[in-house]
Design a protein around this ligand. Sequence first.
Ligand code: NAI
Ligand code: BGC
Length: 268
Amino acid sequence: MSHKVLTGQRALVTGANSGIGKGVAIALGKAGAKVVVNYISSEERANNVVETIKSNGSDALAIRADVSKEDQVEAMFKQMIDAWGSIDILVANAGVQRDADFTEMTLDQWQFVIDINLTGQFLCCREAAREFIRRGIDPELSCSAGKIICMSSVHEVIPWAGHVNYATSKGGVNMMMQSIAQELAVKKIRVNSISPGAIATPINTNAWNTPEAEAELLKLIPYQRIGKPEDIARAAVWLASDDSDYITGTSLFVDGGMTLYPGFREGG
Ligand code: NAI
Ligand code: BGC
């Protein structure tokens, strides 16, 4: 990227040592931001992302924290602010699946997914918003006081049998994002979601790693290709930059048309 739209800004990406978060962290770095690479397991993979960002010319820092734990989230933000002075961009990306038929789903499976996918985003959004409000606008960096990007999913609108915990968490992310956006717009803080379709990452390997699975998945994607983390990363850079100023409270679907009800192309 030749035009570094995020020069000097400080970003935190949760779950940034794998899949979409890794792609987003590297792209934010290429766009000129310093990036905190949050992780919960595999410090080595987090350090590799840090090294990639540094080799592209930006600063980066790996911080371990479980996003579902209030004390760990608070400590992570404190460590970042102590190191770099503040935060300008949060990408609340960390997420998990624990799939089960509804009648077989345990309370642990339900709670685990809600705690990370929804409560984890709440905790990170709240810490970021507190700091954005404390600091206010720095016109040298951005015309807004801060940007939050929640990683949602097409399943914030597409019901998903066998994944009730997950779809519910993403439906919750959508209403949380819009409510925060409504509350914080007056403070010049922008809050949006990205809602990816099927992106090839470790979370959904079984959905694309055999020719049969890939063929089934492509039936759900009018654009006829499975997404890549870079597809999401480009959208994240844009939503984090002043190029998208005036956009708040929106969920941007990056899904190759998965939400277009492809089954109706010939039916109905
Ligand atoms: P992934 O499994 O590669 O990445 C998930 C990341 O979250 C990992 O780095 C993991 O260690 C981290 N994580 C899990 N629990 C954590 C915790 N308690 N604290 C901190 N980090 C934690 O999967 P992927 O696909 O990159 O997922 C990223 C986000 O994108 C998730 O929110 C997921 O729901 C969402 N998404 C993914 C889609 C896909 O097709 N891959 C489609 C739509 C949404
Ligand atoms: C899920 C993936 C799935 C995709 C499309 C995502 O939210 O995490 O497992 O492939 O939605 O259904």
